[in-house]
Design a protein. Structure first.
Length: 128
């Protein structure tokens, strides 16, 4: 069944590319989707809604532009003292290895794939 779906998707993508030309090809059908990745890998510990909290991690609404470890969540002293102000580049670095960038950080999950880190950082920047 899923094979059939995949084949169908491929056929549709090919048809779309044929109609719309190179522009569609640039839109990279396999580019990782930050929002989907967030739901799969982050949402169990982080809320993306200002009025909701997830007990296991800080709320990530407005994370770009704010000081690391500055939410009401019980942060590690290391993250709060890190002096980092989050931008997308720093977020990508953190996601590559939280305790490498900030030894003593309480976040133990990392994202090995650079394209996925970039997609996640772009998505986090949209959380307002
Ligand atoms: C198992 C729970 C868990 C998962 C899964 C998790 N995190 Fe975290 N995250 C944490 C905790 C705990 C902290 C607080 C770290 C600290 O205070 O040192 C944190 C901190 C952060 C921060 C810093 C927030 C701030 O205000 O300084 C960002 C950004 C972040 N996580 C992004 C992500 C992303 C993106 C994902 C998904 C790829 C993710 N996290 C997955 C637990 C998690």
């Amino acid at each position: 069944m899923s094979h059939l779906k995949l084949a169908l998707c491929g056929a549709l993508a090919a048809a779309a590319a044929a109609v719309a030309g190179p522009l569609v090809a640039v839109a990279a059908p396999n580019a990782p989707d930050g929002e989907v990745l967030f739901r799969q890998r982050c949402a169990m510990c982080h809320s993306n809604v200002a009025t909701k909290q997830v007990p296991l991690g800080p709320n990530l609404v407005g994370v770009v532009g704010r000081k690391a470890g500055s939410t009401p969540f019980k942060h590690s002293p290391a993250l709060t003292a890190s002096g980092i102000t989050w931008d997308t580049a720093k977020l990508e670095q953190y996601l590559a290895g939280p305790t490498k960038l900030v030894p003593g950080s309480k976040m133990v999950v990392s994202v090995p794939d650079a394209a996925q880190r970039a997609a996640l950082a772009r998505y986090l920047a949209t959380l307002r």
